[in-house]
Design a protein around this ligand. Structure first.
Ligand code: ADP
Length: 255
């Protein structure tokens, strides 16, 4: 295929500084994300990964540069318009007191019960919900009667019902059990067949299949490419990946 698609998200010469900070947090970011692409933003803590997503969600306003979403300038989007385009799943998804049905309806008010069950099935939560009263199951404040992994999977079911062209997973698998982490990553792979997926993860092992990896350092994109390309470059990304692998094997050996 020679035809080049238009990017769904584009950052052009983008810089950003928090008022409370003395130095810019993001410096001259140029970034294009295409429909159907899985992009991993990696890098040490504090390098600016979450700030990129907060700017996409218009939680912060840029001082210079332009972000476009589907070809339109981001600042022209209303909050409602933005929500239709982007779904964000963070490490601490908002689960509220109410039934499973009510929690899922927040993702899509018009979702039918079969659609809700299908989404629960996709995240391997249907059996558990059925055993506990089905869609009428009562969820406690902040999902207190669910495990961390179940909470994230319920949030993911809701996100699947929401059906937007862009999904952001911001450290969505921190603090969940291995089974839930694997399930979430499986769904990310499936989603990326049709959607653009931005992943932010401090753990690199389960995201090496990303189409594009952006390795950030101190607010800049220091390296970009596929996992194989960045490993071959043998710079900071490769060093972080190797260090994490060593630590994980060390832990496995210690068990
Ligand atoms: P990462 O996601 O890579 O860990 P962040 O984007 O959260 O990094 O943070 C980048 C930098 O911006 C850090 O130095 C952090 O302290 C700072 N920062 C993040 N949020 C705020 C804020 N609301 N106000 C001021 N500084 C912030």
């Amino acid at each position: 295929m020679t035809e080049k698609k238009s990017p769904i998200i584009s950052f052009k010469n983008f810089s950003f500084q928090y008022r409370a900070q003395k130095k810019p947090t993001l410096k001259e970011i140029n970034l294009d994300i295409y429909p159907g692409e899985r992009v991993l933003i990696a890098g040490p803590s504090g390098c600016g990964k979450s700030t990129i997503t907060s700017l996409l969600m218009k939680e912060n306003r840029p001082q210079s540069g332009v972000i476009t979403l589907g070809g339109e300038v981001l600042s022209d989007f209303t909050t409602e318009g933005l929500m239709k385009k982007i779904t964000r799943i963070t490490h601490d998804s908002y689960i509220f007191k109410g039934t499973v049905r009510e929690n899922l309806a927040m993702g899509c008010e018009t979702a039918s019960e079969p659609e809700m069950r299908e989404a629960l099935g996709q995240v391997d939560l249907l059996g558990f919900v059925e055993e506990n009263g089905g869609l009428d199951m009562e969820i406690l404040e902040k999902g207190a009667n669910l495990s961390g992994g179940q909470k994230q999977r319920l949030a993911l079911a809701r996100a699947l019902l929401h059906d937007s062209p862009v999904y952001i997973f911001d450290e969505a698998t921190s603090n969940v059990d291995v089974e839930s982490e694997n399930k979430i990553m499986e769904i990310v792979q499936d989603l990326a067949r049709e959607k653009s997926v931005i992943l932010i993860s401090h753990r690199l092992a389960n995201v090496t299949a990303a189409d594009k990896i952006l390795y950030m350092e101190q607010g800049k994109i220091a390296e970009s490419g596929t996992h194989e390309q960045l490993m071959a470059q043998n710079k900071a990304y490769a060093a972080l990946f190797n260090k994490q692998q060593e630590l994980e094997h060390f832990r496995e050996d210690a068990v």
